[in-house]
Design a protein around this ligand. Sequence first.
Ligand SMILES: [Zn+2]
Length: 129
Amino acid sequence: MLKGTKLFSILNAKCPVCHKGELYVHTNPYRLGSILEMHERCSHCNTKYAMEPSFFYGAMYVSYALGVGLGVALFLIAYFLLKFDFLVTFFFISGGILLLLPIIIRLSRNVWLNLFFKFDHKYLKNEQY
Ligand SMILES: [Zn+2]
């Protein structure tokens, strides 16, 4: 449904150019030993993901933004919705961020990749979604 949009590539961890190839060797982000293990090139369109050495260092900025956003969201839920006191809210936020860290790490890489690559619409032809 979202195929052809950057959101599709970001949420499904697919190649930003063709939306077919997998970005990661293992699709489960909670397999912690191989959380950052990525394919060097797309198996479908041969796009090289890390376009230069240390390319993914920039994903740290995205990760920071996602972490702060998640922290604020968890604060609003814990403090205003669930009416926890400050100490419990603190642990709620810390635990939530820690639990979702593998997802944040991968999402930030996916967002970072999609800032530099554009979907090629020739990959949408002859397909139905
Ligand atoms: Zn591709």
